[in-house]
Design a protein around this ligand. Structure first.
Ligand SMILES: [Fe+2]
Length: 276
């Protein structure tokens, strides 16, 4: 079993960086911290987790709605305002659609389709949910970004909180995530599972069982960091020998260019990068 010390990155494929990056900087209060021709790294100032965005070109497929990333605002009042602002700027940002504000349990959110083929969420999550044991309601920032840093919108995403994955069977997926990848199951219900890295976070990944699956390519993945290159090498050796039995669908070569890392496709055919 892996002993991850961090879930350090999400990876996400878009069609054109020039179209998708303004979505993150102008509508989600994130920053572009690295940029090459076909790849960019985006980071929200309140979130240590980074999002690596790969330019896949115009033929990149639309990703399922249930593979979205979510950003959190501080007040429920900001959700209808975000809905209005993004609806009014749909043409400018080539946004395909925006859903009306939707309330569910403790969450209040909108979703929109960015031109790169991905859904993104802006959510409010009622902090009172912590009292009911919902760890995902834990604060995702200590110092709120001031309005002056993101003026004129009327809403302010304060953190990138979560990513989302699909699985075929919740029980099978939960077992794999906990006992092979060494992830913490921090919540969920009859259908969903929330996973994080032990003693890490507060960001998390929501895993949802789906009857119909559209499998993602390896450009869409999460990165788990292990404590040392030796641990990564040992994990690769173990998975080369026992991976099939454990449910690993595909295991790529170990890479040792400055750091040790490899890719694997899990029991639900989702991609993970294991790195040092
Ligand atoms: Fe979400």
């Amino acid at each position: 079993m892996l002993k991850p010390i961090g879930m350090t990155e999400g990876h996400y494929e878009c069609r054109s960086l020039d179209e998708t990056l303004p979505i993150f900087t102008d509508l989600l209060a994130a920053e572009v911290v690295e940029r090459t021709e076909k790849q960019a790294v985006v980071k929200h100032p309140n979130t240590a987790w980074k999002l690596v965005i790969h330019e896949g070109g115009p033929d990149s497929k639309n990703k399922p709605h249930t593979n979205h990333y979510g950003f959190r605002v501080a007040s429920s009042k900001e959700i209808p305002i975000a809905h209005q602002y993004i609806s009014e700027h749909k043409a400018q940002y080539k946004i395909k659609s925006v859903t009306p504000p939707h309330e569910a349990h403790f969450a209040y959110s909108i979703y929109f389709k960015e031109p790169g083929g991905n859904d993104l969420e802006i959510e409010y999550y009622n902090p009172a949910a912590i009292k009911q044991g919902r760890r995902i309601a834990a604060p995702h920032w200590t110092t709120p970004i001031p309005e002056a840093k993101f003026p004129g919108r009327g809403y302010l995403p304060q953190a990138m909180t979560h990513g989302t994955l699909n699985c075929d069977d919740k029980e099978v997926s939960d077992q794999f995530l906990a006992n092979v990848l060494g992830l913490d199951i921090i919540g969920g219900g009859r259908t969903s599972t929330y996973i994080s890295v032990p003693n890490m976070g507060p960001w998390y990944v929501v895993v949802l069982p789906m009857a119909h699956r559209d499998y993602l390519s390896e450009a869409n993945r999460f990165t788990l960091k292990l404590a040392s290159p030796e641990e990564v090498e040992a994990a690769h050796k173990d998975f080369s020998k026992n991976g099939k039995q454990l449910g690993i669908q595909d295991l790529r070569e170990l890479q040792t260019n400055g750091r040790a890392h490899f890719l694997l496709s899990d029991i639900s055919k989702n991609w993970w990068e294991i790195t040092s």
